[in-house]
Design a protein around this ligand. Structure first.
Ligand code: ADE
Length: 228
């Protein structure tokens, strides 16, 4: 059974977007995963097909109505797939959570718009809020695509049996060491001698040290996490 993603959105035309290209696009063509969209607006009940309303208690922006979104969620046959809500209020996405999601049968993803989503539908439909970083997008759609990109590339068979998934950033808890390829000299810059020495033990040691140095400099929080 292949991985199934169902996206609830007001902008279904944004999909598959870049997910239709490159690695994820090829994986989709092979049937390793599938994507379907549900237009939330199809569940609106009034003649203006409105899906949002002003915030209770006042303030700026609009809030997605729980009745409309609830109906949209309930239109999806209930299964064991986790239901995510893309939101800057969510728990930050990690490579570990990406792996867990890829181990399952799929995801249902609600893309928020406006100022937010009525809290009762988050609670009542058990939505797991997920953030892709501490910045605010205009909607959850690009965030959903980024999450799916990260998940699809670690699905069984998608990256092939090469090792490139094992050595990459975050899998070891560290950022990656620098990479080089030919030419041996470019604009007066050379490749570190160790990399052309043929001594694999020395190369591994150098790469680990460089990864540690870079991580210490840019992401001391990751070093702290490794110590726990
Ligand atoms: N929607 C808007 N901003 C977001 C973010 N940072 N992460 C996930 N969803 C979002």
């Amino acid at each position: 059974m292949s991985f199934r993603a169902t996206i609830l959105t007001l902008y279904p035309d944004m999909f598959p977007g870049f997910l239709g290209q490159s690695l994820s696009g090829k994986a989709m063509e092979r049937g390793d995963w599938s994507l379907e969209t549900v237009q939330i607006r199809d569940f609106a009940t009034d003649k203006h097909r409105s899906v949002d309303d002003t915030p209770s208690g006042g303030g700026a922006g609009m809030v997605l109505r729980p009745d409309i979104l609830g109906q949209a969620i309930d239109s999806i046959a209930s299964d064991e797939r986790p239901r995510l809500l893309m939101s800057p209020r969510g728990k930050p996405l990690t490579q570990a959570r990406v792996r867990e999601l890829a181990d399952g049968s799929g995801v249902v993803i609600v893309c928020g718009r406006f100022e937010g989503v009525d809290q009762r539908v988050i609670d009542g439909r058990n939505l797991e809020e997920v953030s892709i970083g501490d910045y605010v997008l205009s909607g959850g759609e690009p965030a959903a695509m980024i999450l799916l990109d990260a998940v699809v590339r670690v699905l069984p068979g998608v990256m092939g049996n090469d090792q490139s998934g094992v050595h990459e950033s975050f899998e070891s808890g560290l950022l990656e060491h620098p990479h080089y390829t030919r030419p041996a000299e470019w604009e007066g810059r050379t490749i570190p001698d160790v990399l052309t020495s043929g001594n694999h033990a020395k190369i591994e040691k150098w790469r680990h040290e460089e990864a540690l140095k870079l991580t210490q400099e840019r992401r001391p929080d990751l070093i702290q996490a490794l110590k726990k």
